[in-house]
Design a protein around this ligand. Sequence first.
Ligand code: ZN
Length: 232
Amino acid sequence: MNYSEEITTVRQKLADLNAPPKPLEHTVYEEVEAICDQHGVFKQRCRRMALHGKGIETKTECQFCLKEKLTQLEHAEAEQEKQRKRSKIKMLMDNLSPPERFADVTLDNYKPVNSYAARCLTLCNAYATHWPERLKRGGGLVMCGKPGTGKNHLALAIAKHIINAHQSSTLFTTALRITRAFKLTWSKSADCSEAEVIKRNTQPDLLIIDEVGVQFGSDAEKLILFEVINTR
Ligand SMILES: [Zn+2]
């Protein structure tokens, strides 16, 4: 249900009531005291006109009822927006599906082991904070370090931050997975094209490629990774 149209209508009715009555030709205008079941006496604006021999009368509603209705509608709209955002975040988190051991990582719970790691954390925090500009410019991050230094922790924490804050789409993958998917398209029985593999890896707002250079990459593998990164 879309509340915005109804909200606009009620706001307009209230604005009209707050302004002096507009003069309308061929109508008889009258202000009377009417009774609202909820709010008692209120000033009601009535207009009467004759149309094709029939009398038509319009009466304004109780302004307190209108105000209450507006509050309810705005509340319902805000709730609906919150719900929409929650389900989008859930869908994006499901897509990211970080490995089990990284399920709870955040930028706040990264414990730097030395000053160099602390500087990396600062850089990652800045990357996450300035995400909209980074996305616009297509700026990436290269994380180098020995296994166990927290590269995945930081990368996945950035991904979660931008999902929560901006509902951006992300993909967590490995260099091997990308090249394997690419090579699978070369077989005759392939059900997916190279273009589709490129698309799958270039569509997400943030792509995290784990384990780059873990294996000695062939020229073909380097070319595939270049293709993905260059397209992005
Ligand atoms: Zn009322």
